[in-house]
Design a binder for this molecule. Sequence first.
Ligand code: PGA
Length: 243
Amino acid sequence: MSAEAAKIVAGQIYLKPDSVLGLATGSTPLKMYETLVAVHETIGLDFSRVTTFNLDEYIGLSADNPQSYHYFMHENFFRHINIKPENIFIPDGTAENVGAEGLKYDRLIRSKGGIDLQILGIGQNAHIGFNEPDIKFEATTHKVKLDDETIKANSRFFSNVDEVPKYAISMGIKTIMLARRVVLLANGKNKSAAVYKAICGSVTPEAPASILQLHQDVTIILDRQAAADLPKKIVDVPITEIL
Ligand code: PGA
């Protein structure tokens, strides 16, 4: 999964050196970042003209907090490659006015020409970014109250569940849907129900990833466990054909 995802990202940068990438945090893309760092170190994949926009950040955590997504991205990716600091964008979790920060973030994405390739993970509740199941889709970058399920899932990164922030700032569904290409990654049995809802369920804000069924160019890369609930006819397509 990670090797295929890294190939797509590297291909994107070779074809368009000034690509705008949308990036995700969490366990899922870690190995993809590691692979891209290796490609940078071994054959010089050049990030000097690349711009990145991350999906989300916890509200209340500053960039130097080891649990923040700023810190995660720096530690796991940015400090290992030749991206320019001024080309890295992550929503500011310490912004006083989160609404204004959201508007600014969407405007900034537009001003850079929009996202060429957006990498997504998926939550066990089928969230993308921190767009939690809801009765409506939130369009633009906005403040989110995290679901109890998300807080519990993410507590593995904190010393206890009470330390997990209750709010986040996340790209909205429209922000994500405006990306020219989307690559969603999922691995592990605990993602299989969400993956099923995303691919085979109704398009509904109660399973936010299902909106991707309406996107013009989505690639979904799964391991066998995350694909376990999908109909056999989808899973048995040879990988070369899917890609
Ligand atoms: P994970 O998170 O990669 O840590 O499982 C994915 C997500 O919540 O979107």
